[in-house]
Design a protein around this ligand. Structure first.
Ligand code: G1P
Length: 354
């Protein structure tokens, strides 16, 4: 079985971070979401993996390389425009050949991996297996209708959803899916929808089965979902201190301090992770905070945040909470008049003032 990971797309709901970076590379507990996806595939024995890339292909290639660090062999497949998930399957035909494959959206994070789904599919009898999860906001997803346990209808982000069963971003197909993706036409939003391809399979008598996911899943396409995913992954964090913590500092609960990190005169209350070569000085770092590598954070209280790499932050003793801060961001106190907020904000930035 092969893997097909989707790591293109524009990531409009995560602007401004996605103006400069791939959404699949935003770190959750200091590790890109995409890496969790690759690990889940390898855990299920899938090591021949195609990654669909778009505008951000250089970053994805730089981060994943040839896949050897994951125990995989990665082939990159360029998608020139985000024309839909079924379009991605179309252009991956040469890579996939006639092998069955798991398609995994590179911004989806799940708790229990995909081993059981792969085994079920391999046991035979199905042309496709999809995974469903009950959600409170079904208008935002592909939605499935079941009759006596069988999938009968699928629709993409319906205005009036008949069920709350979302199709999550993990699909297994055999080669009959190529007939489907070649037969469907673009939806109203101009994309070849995988839900339409699945509907084609059902309508033409192919067997599409569903499994229900009861444990954690999130599509990290939005800011709040990112923080929630970070909180959830940090819940499983184990203590590991590889950096330096001075005698004036205290680590409470589960805290990871990566190699080369330095904690000076600070309190860190876990679960929290401090990235490699990051300096924390005169700070309170609270639960559910991930600070990435090569940052300097001084005189700040930080809680329930993701801070990406190479930031320099001095909040002048104030608290930063529930924030997602991109790379190379500088936050400094104003020590001269006029005392006012001084901002350089990219398009689509969001700030909350006191
Ligand atoms: C895509 C699919 C949708 C699915 C969702 C899961 O939506 O089109 O059917 O429910 O992923 O994450 P998108 O995130 O591209 O809007």
């Amino acid at each position: 079985m092969k893997g097909l990971v989707l790591s293109g797309g524009k990531g409009t709901r995560l602007r401004p971070l996605t103006f400069t970076g791939a959404k699949q590379l935003v770190p959750i507990a200091n590790k890109p979401v995409l890496f969790y996806v690759l690990e889940d595939l390898v855990e299920a024995g899938i090591t021949d993996i195609g990654i669909i890339v778009g505008d951000t292909h250089e970053q994805v290639r730089a981060a994943v390389g040839d896949g050897a660090t994951f125990g995989a062999r990665v082939t990159y497949i360029q998608q020139d425009a985000p024309l839909g998930l079924a379009h991605a399957v179309r252009i991956a035909r040469d890579f996939l050949q006639d092998d069955p494959f798991v398609m995994f959206l590179g911004d989806n994070l799940i708790r229990d991996g995909i081993v059981s789904y792969v085994r079920d599919f391999e046991a035979g009898g199905m042309n496709s297996l999809i995974v469903l999860k009950e959600v409170p906001n079904p208008r935002e997803f592909g939605i499935a209708v079941l009759e006596q346990g069988r999938v009968t209808r699928l629709m993409e982000k319906p205005k009036d959803p008949p069920t709350n069963l979302a199709v999550i971003g993990i699909y297994i197909f055999d080669s009959t899916v190529f007939e489907a993706v070649e037969s469907i036409t673009p939806s109203a939003r101009g994309e070849l929808e995988i839900t339409d391809a699945l509907q084609y399979l059902i309508d033409h008598g192919f067997r599409v089965e569903a499994r229900h996911l009861t444990s954690y899943w999130t599509d990290t396409g939005k800011m709040d979902d990112m923080l929630e995913a970070n909180r959830w992954v940090l819940e499983q964090l184990e203590t590991a201190v590889h950096g330096a913590v001075d005698a004036q500092s205290a680590l409470h609960g589960r805290v990871q301090v990566e190699p080369g990190a330095v904690v000076i005169n600070s309190t860190v209350r876990g679960p929290a992770i401090i990235g490699r070569n990051t300096v924390i000085e005169n700070c309170y770092i609270g639960p559910f905070t991930s600070i990435s590598h090569d940052c300097v954070v001084r005189n700040s209280e930080v809680e329930h945040c993701i801070i990406m790499d190479s930031c320099a932050i001095d909040a002048g003793g104030q608290r930063i909470e529930s924030s997602l801060i991109g790379r190379n961001v500088q936050i400094q106190p104003i020590d001269h008049k006029p005392r006012a907020y001084k901002l350089v904000l990219g398009d689509h930035s969001r700030i909350g003032l006191l």
